[in-house]
Structures are given as structure tokens and as C-alpha cells.
Design a protein around this ligand. Structure first.
Ligand code: HOZ
Length: 438
């Protein structure tokens, strides 16, 4: 694999030393595979601190951050109101294992943004949310199969590790050992944006499919928007077959629009999963939806799901503080304007240098591919120029811009990113692209 030398060349000794230590005690030196930079080569930097639109590594290098903890930091890093809320909550104790008002408040706040989530169960991660939603769909319908889309990533639950996106795609692991074959057989897949393939799956398995789950705007295979009519088509097909439609809005929630993709495209899914933004950077997930379905969850119903740290008071405080600001300040038009400008600038760089590039954004979620496009499916995404992307990624990092370390991940923008940050990024990215092509 040809990549540029390790990023921050000449000034990465502390990160390199930490990575060597980490590799001795942590598999691959990281606690989540994409962080290891395997898709782009070289070694990850280790973070010292972050504030606003910036993140600093332990060698003192500063980056404009478009990863933003993979989405949660919509107000930027270390927003004072969020930090204050966490600090105050911590002073009252860090976990109780008994209900609190803050859990009710967060569930109510989420429902204001997502009216389809009539009842909500709070969990600790997006993975927990999706696993629980699928179990619920199976319990509610009495059916065992589920349908997902190629390149979509719904966390690392067993049933989802079939043709998954994100790190699974990045590392070229189509499926994961350790997932029982009998379970994988229950996961059907279809290409994204292909309603005919979905119809075919339903014809082949009549009365057997409990749910269709998808990222309505994909972030884990790069940024892939749905074709016009695709989501409405899924809604129609699932209704016809008595199958639950699950929108995994862990990435899109509060990002593509305040009320996620369901608001943007005007669809009411049966169940929704959330994470990231609702925790303000602390570990939180949620699943929710139709009351008659959610009332099958224990203790009301028989579908079991539980968690010692679910509804953790620190996470509730962080999430509430963040959602309060989103509701009161409505930063969405500004976020959208800046994100559009960023993508437009990156694409203009490509055009200037004759590099085939395409991309887009909704709200503050965005992505570009080194491909002429259109990129509509995971197969299309895999056809993009990943080698040039690797060199571009490192060249950008060396110029102080942190893009996602994989061609198959979406980017984000926060309210802390200024117009100047965006223009600076476009200009540094122009230099980085020139270097990557040289
Ligand atoms: N699954 C995340 C990207 N879509 C990566 C999370 C992480 O590595 O922190």
C-alpha cells in the first residue's frame, strides 16, 4: 500500500510511543477498529484535548476536526453548557441504578424532535439500540428474518455483521467469524436504492421478514443519499407485508435535519434508533417508536432488554444540555450553509485539478468520493479511488485537517466551525490534493 509517511512527520513521537504501548495491551492499539488508520496506512494520533472545531494530539499538533467523535459533537468539542451540565450532574453522583427525572426529560426532548418515537427506551450505545430494536421487531411480529442493505452499518451486533459498512468494509471483512452461520442466514441483504431487490426478497420469504433496517442517508459506506422515492417505496412495501420499518438514525438523527431523515423525507418509520448527538459525547443510545410495538418491551411486555448504566445521569445531563441548545438556537440553517460551502469547495478543488470527484450533504452530514459518480450503492463507493484518498487523507492531516480515516465514512460539521475554518480547510485540502496527486 503506498501512503505518505506517518502524518505530522517529525512531530509525532509521543503518539508513536503511545501507539507502541497501546498495541501491547489493546488489540491493534485501539478500542474501535476504524481508529487504527488501517484503511489509510500509518499510525493514529493520540488525542490530548479538544475544544470547539479543534482537536490537539499529544505532540501538540492542532487539527480542524471533521470527525467530531464520529458525529456526536454537533456543538463542537467541550461546549461550556455541556461541560457545566456534566460537572453538576457528577457532583450529585455518577450512577444510581434507579430512575431519575433527567431520563424522563431526555425521552421527552427526543420525542419533541422525533414524534414517531411515541415511547423511547434509553440504552448506552447505538449498537445496543439497533440490537434491541431488531429483537423487539422479531418479538412483536413473531418472525425471524430481517433485511438490511449492503454497506450499511448498524453497530456490531451479530445479526448486522453481514455485508456491513464502516470498519467492516474498511478492513475488507465481508462478514465476521464468531457469528453463527444459522443466525447470519436470517439476515437478508439488498443493494441500497434497489427497490426491485427488496421486492424480490419479500417474494422469496413471504410472511417471514420481521423488519427492514437501514441508514436512511448512509454514513457508513461514505455519504450515500437515498434516490428519490426509495424511502417511500420501502415504507409501502413494509406496510404491505406487515413488516416493521426501522430507521437507524444514529448518524442522521439531529444531523440531516433536527428530526433526522424521517423529518427530511416525510416518512414515519415504525421504530427509530438513535445515539451520538443525544449523548452530547457521552455513551448513550435510544430506540423507540410506535407505542403498540414499544409496549412489548419488558417490563410492560415480554421482550427482554436491560442495562445497569442505561439512563446514566451524566449522559442524560450532557444530552439534555445539547438538545436544549439545538432546540432554542436552531443552528440548522447555518450548519447547512457552511457544510454546503465545504463540499462545494472540496469539489471545486477536484474540478480545478481534473480529478473525478462527487459528493453532497444534508444538514451537517457530508461526504465526497474520488469518483465521477453518481455513487448510489456500496458497490459504486468501492469503485472510488481509494489509493488517492489515502494519500489525500495523510496530506490533509499534515496540513492540520482531520477528515475521517476511511473512504467509507461520512464527515460532520459543528456549530463551532467558522466560515474561516471552512475556507481554511478548502485551501489546505487543495494543497493536500495536489500533493496526493504528485
Ligand atoms: N463506527 C464508527 C464509524 N462509523 C467508528 C467509531 C469509532 O471508531 O470511534
Amino acid at each position: 500500500m503506498s501512503v505518505t509517511p506517518a502524518a505530522r512527520e517529525g512531530n509525532n513521537a509521543a503518539s508513536a510511543a503511545l501507539f507502541r504501548r497501546a498495541c501491547e495491551v489493546i488489540p491493534g492499539g485501539v478500542n474501535s477498529p476504524v481508529r487504527a488508520f488501517r484503511a489509510v496506512g500509518g499510525e493514529p494520533f493520540f488525542v490530548d484535548r479538544a475544544a470547539g472545531s479543534r482537536i490537539w494530539d499529544v505532540d501538540g499538533n492542532e487539527y480542524i476536526d471533521y470527525v467530531l467523535s464520529w458525529g456526536p459533537m454537533i456543538l463542537g468539542h467541550a461546549h461550556p453548557a455541556v461541560i457545566q451540565a456534566i460537572t453538576e450532574a457528577a457532583g450529585r453522583g455518577t450512577s444510581y441504578g434507579a430512575p431519575t427525572e433527567a431520563e424522563v426529560q431526555l425521552a421527552e426532548a427526543v420525542r419533541e424532535f422525533f414524534p414517531s418515537m411515541e415511547r423511547i427506551r434509553l440504552v448506552n450505545s447505538g449498537t445496543e439500540a439497533t440490537m434491541s430494536a431488531v429483537r423487539l421487531a422479531r418479538g412483536f411480529t413473531g418472525r425471524e428474518m430481517m433485511l438490511k442493505f449492503e454497506g450499511h452499518y448498524h453497530g456490531h451486533g451479530d445479526s448486522f455483521l453481514v455485508k456491513a459498512g464502516s470498519g467492516v468494509a474498511t478492513l475488507g471483512l465481508p462478514n465476521s467469524p464468531g457469528v453463527p452461520a444459522d443466525l447470519s442466514k436470517l439476515t437478508l441483504t439488498a443493494p441500497f436504492n434497489d427497490l426491485e431487490a427488496v421486492e424480490t426478497a419479500f417474494r422469496a420469504h413471504p410472511g417471514k421478514i420481521a423488519c427492514v433496517i437501514l441508514e436512511p442517508v448512509v454514513g457508513n459506506a461514505g455519504f450515500l443519499p437515498p434516490d428519490e422515492g426509495f424511502l417511500h417505496g420501502l415504507r409501502r412495501i413494509t406496510e404491505e407485508h406487515g413488516t416493521l420499518l426501522i430507521f437507524d438514525e444514529v448518524m442522521t438523527g439531529f444531523r440531516v435535519a433536527p428530526g433526522g431523515a424521517q423529518e427530511l423525507f416525510g416518512i414515519r418509520p415504525d421504530l427509530t434508533t438513535l445515539g451520538k448527538v443525544i449523548g452530547g459525547g457521552l455513551p448513550v443510545g435510544a430506540y423507540g417508536g410506535r407505542a403498540d410495538v414499544m409496549d412489548h418491551v419488558a417490563p410492560v411486555g415480554p421482550v427482554y432488554q436491560a442495562g445497569t448504566l442505561s439512563g446514566n445521569p451524566l449522559a442524560m445531563a450532557a444530552g439534555l444540555a445539547q438538545l436544549k441548545i439545538l432546540r432554542e438556537e436552531n443552528p440548522y440553517p447555518e450548519l447547512q450553509r457552511k457544510t454546503k460551502r465545504l463540499v462545494e469547495g472540496l469539489l471545486a478543488n477536484g474540478a480545478e485539478m481534473g480529478v473525478p470527484m462527487c459528493g453532497g450533504s444534508y444538514g451537517s452530514m457530508w461526504g465526497v468520493f474520488l469518483a465521477a459518480g453518481p455513487v448510489r450503492t456500496f458497490e459504486d463507493a468501492k469503485g472510488s479511488d481509494v489509493d488517492t484518498f489515502r494519500r489525500f487523507f495523510h496530506a490533509a492531516l499534515q496540513r492540520g485537517v482531520f477528515f475521517a480515516p476511511s473512504a467509507f465514512e461520512a464527515g460532520f460539521l459543528s456549530t463551532a466551525h467558522t466560515d474561516q475554518d471552512v475556507e481554511e480547510t478548502i485551501s489546505r485540502a487543495r494543497d493536500a490534493l495536489r500533493f496526493a496527486l504528485a
